[in-house]
Design a protein around this ligand. Sequence first.
Ligand SMILES: [Zn+2]
Ligand SMILES: [Zn+2]
Length: 132
Amino acid sequence: MKKSRNTRQRGVILDILKESGAHPTAEMIYREARRVIPNISLGTVYRNLNCLREQGVVREIRPSDGGSSRFEGLHMPHAHFHCTRCNGLLDIPLPEFLETARFDDVAKIAAISSIDLHVIGSCSNCASPETH
Ligand SMILES: [Zn+2]
Ligand SMILES: [Zn+2]
């Protein structure tokens, strides 16, 4: 019984992540999940997100400024652009050279499983305050 309930919660959380083009925080996922499972708790959402992350189904993005972690369902490898003004998080392509980069000369690395690249600055919305 317990297992099927967990499976349902996990399914709901995954659906929210798939439907959301943004990178929601756990609180945002919690608010969405409550519409489907009214008695779900924030702790449960965190626990499920941790499980999914450990299974490699969900990726956690930790902002460099120490804000709330954001989550996304896994898809093609990509980098993130983080706007420090509006706190926006956008997907950007991973520069090709990074995927073929070799670091053997500078560090004792045997294998690289993933590359987590953050580009930080201000987005075009925040940089140009003029409205159209
Ligand atoms: Zn911005
Ligand atoms: Zn992303």
